[in-house]
Design a binder for this molecule. Structure first.
Ligand SMILES: Nc1nc2c(ncn2[C@@H]2O[C@H](COP(=O)(O)OP(=O)(O)O)[C@@H](O)[C@H]2O)c(=O)[nH]1
Ligand SMILES: [Mg+2]
Ligand SMILES: [Zn+2]
Length: 308
């Protein structure tokens, strides 16, 4: 049978079979050894092939090919890694203009990670009901311009008033999604607005987590009542930057990458080189200053990491 892994404890996997039945599965011994670099060979979101042991239990014999996955290094020094989730269709980065104001550096770092993991990302501006003052509206328009240029969809919503919640549902339908963002931006409220019943289930589990009843950081997937899946895990609030070479970084800033073919040097870092098309575009206001500054800042962080 084939199914979707919706929960993992490290030794047991809960699999939602394509016929909608749920089975508790173990891994066939041999499968464990295949990927020795990862602490967990199977993650939430994986599609697997399994055989039944009895009415409720099964044995996983194969993992189907992943289209993407989010990974975390077990520790800075270790070569081992932990796969947090696989086959994510879309990440929703929830942000707010105020109370709290999300930092653009946080947004840009997140977008780079999502891009590097091959996960399409939508920026969700929550608390739209509170955008009434002129400066707030101006800032919202500015963010819209910045991320439009970068090619990201930015959707304004309100968990409180219900604004654009139907649009969000429509977009999420049939997909495996993750919600990310700083605390206080309204992730829990949005999930509640999307499906109150699932929201209660998630809250109960996260309460259990905070009481220390679960020591692991394994993810769990929930089905929303309109036919979307949401992956919930502490590690997903802001997936960290991967290790990548700084000359790759421009690839993850679409508007910078697009223009970089016009730089004089093919290996231009866009930091100081002569005849750099990117620097010129920043001067002319065609690339937003905040995006360029965050590009530079991530570039330096990565260089420092590699020098250590
Ligand atoms: N005005 C307004 N407040 C909101 C909205 N969504 C969430 N909040 C409030 O923001 C606070 C944090 O929300 P919560 O869902 O716990 O955020 P989380 O930490 O991202 O899960 C709560 O006091 C919510 O009532 C919204 O759309 N409009
Ligand atoms: Mg929350
Ligand atoms: Zn350049």
């Amino acid at each position: 049978m084939k199914g979707l892994v919706v929960k993992s404890t490290g030794s047991w996997y809960r699999v939602l079979a394509d016929n909608r039945s749920v089975f508790e599965c173990r891994i066939k011994g041999k499968l464990r050894l295949d990927d020795s670099k990862s602490t967990n060979p199977i993650a939430v979101g994986d599609r697997v092939e399994f055989t039944l042991e009895d009415n409720t239990r099964g044995i996983i014999s194969e993992i189907l090919e992943r289209k993407n996955y989010i990974i975390r290094k077990a520790s800075n020094l270790s070569k081992q890694s932990h796969v947090i989730a696989a086959n994510v269709d879309r990440a929703y980065l929830v942000v707010t203009i105020h109370s709290p104001q999300t930092l653009l550096s946080f947004i840009d770092r997140f977008l780079v990670s999502a891009h590097a993991y091959d996960i399409p990302c939508t920026i969700v501006v929550n608390k739209y009901d509170t955008l009434v003052s002129e400066p707030d509206i101006t800032l919202f328009e500015e963010w819209k311009r910045i991320y439009d240029l970068a090619g990201y969809e930015l959707l304004e919503v309100s968990a409180h008033s219900g604004h654009n919640i139907q649009t969000l549902k429509h977009q999420m339908k049939g997909n495996i999604c993750v919600f990310a963002g700083n605390s206080g931006v309204g992730k829990s409220s949005l999930i509640h607005a999307l499906d109150p019943q699932t929201s209660v289930k998630i809250q109960e589990i996260s309460k259990a987590h905070s009481k220390g009843q679960h020591t692991t950081t394994f993810a769990e997937m929930f089905e929303l009542d309109f036919g979307a899946y949401i992956i919930d895990t502490p590690g997903i609030k802001a997936f960290g930057l991967l290790d990548f070479d700084t000359d790759e970084l421009a690839h993850y800033f679409p508007e910078i990458f697009r223009i970089s073919s016009r730089c004089q040097f093919h290996n231009c870092t866009h930091l100081h080189e002569p005849n750099c098309a990117v620097l010129e575009a920043v001067e002319r206001g065609e690339i937003p200053v905040s995006r360029f500054e965050n590009y530079v800042s991530i570039c330096f962080d990565e260089q420092t990491k590699h020098r250590k």
